[in-house]
Ligand binder design. Sequence first.
Ligand SMILES: NC(=O)c1ccc[n+]([C@@H]2O[C@H](COP(=O)([O-])OP(=O)(O)OC[C@H]3O[C@@H](n4cnc5c(N)ncnc54)[C@H](OP(=O)(O)O)[C@@H]3O)[C@@H](O)[C@H]2O)c1
Length: 279
Amino acid sequence: MAKPDADAGWPARLLLIGCGNMAGAMLARWLELGLPAERVTVVRPSGRPVAPGVTVVTQVEGPLEPGTVVMLAFKPQQLGAVAPGLTGLIGPETVLLSILAGVPAARLRSAFPQAGAILRCMPNLPVRIGKGVSTLYGEPGMPDGVWAQADALCRALGLVEWLEDEALFDTATALAGCGPAFVYRFIDALSTAGAELGLAPDMAARMALATMEGAALSAASSDVAPAAMADAVASKGGMTREGLNVLDEEDGLAPLIARTVRAARDRGAALAAASQQAD
Ligand SMILES: NC(=O)c1ccc[n+]([C@@H]2O[C@H](COP(=O)([O-])OP(=O)(O)OC[C@H]3O[C@@H](n4cnc5c(N)ncnc54)[C@H](OP(=O)(O)O)[C@@H]3O)[C@@H](O)[C@H]2O)c1
């Protein structure tokens, strides 16, 4: 897995505002890959330790050193409460990286008008093992150095995809941010189906998980598109084809997943609208 390269480098200082499930997973991966722990400060009300060498404080303290990357990683609905204590510290030398779901760049800009650059990042939980997906969006006109640094940081966590159109952020979040949960459901359904047909439930669970892992790894290492891989293993009249025929029915898997992703996307848009009204 690529580390941030020499040009982009690890940030001189990384300040995490909040470090729960998501930021904790990102930070653990970065530390594993060599981010010096002494460059990292975490603000979290509980004051719970994070990792050896990482400074934890319960309230943000200034001033911030030039070149500090500030990552916003609390719950989106806390922005109104957190921003006033932070905004005076964020200056033109500060890069702001937000993982807050449903908080557009324009809203961040109005909360932190002096920030040197504002980026949104939507990671997913497999970042912990370097197999995550991070969708990134930066305000137009962002300096190349900032782009490269954010790209390198997130590439250390897995796949990185940049959006040019921020309006697609909720769609990307629905696919990749929510995607792991959808995949877990599929694994569970495969396992339940096997158990209902007589396999011991724990055996079916192990088999479903390993099948998903093996199939995903094979697809990731193949040049063939997953749809074609499915057809390639389904000979006419065989068992796999018979099963695929059910999944491929008009009201089968594809429309179900389309509805699933659309519902998640629409919920993201609704939550964003509601939180904006609450401001
Ligand atoms: N979970 C995901 O899969 C996922 C994926 C993509 C993006 N996100 C985004 O990541 C963000 C965090 O989600 P999460 O699941 O990691 O939530 P979480 O586990 O509940 O973590 C929230 C963090 O915010 C901290 N916090 C609470 N009040 C604060 C305050 N006033 N000032 C500073 N920090 C404060 C908490 O501190 P303590 O540790 O002291 O409790 C905790 O570290 C959200 O904005 C979410 O949209 C999450």
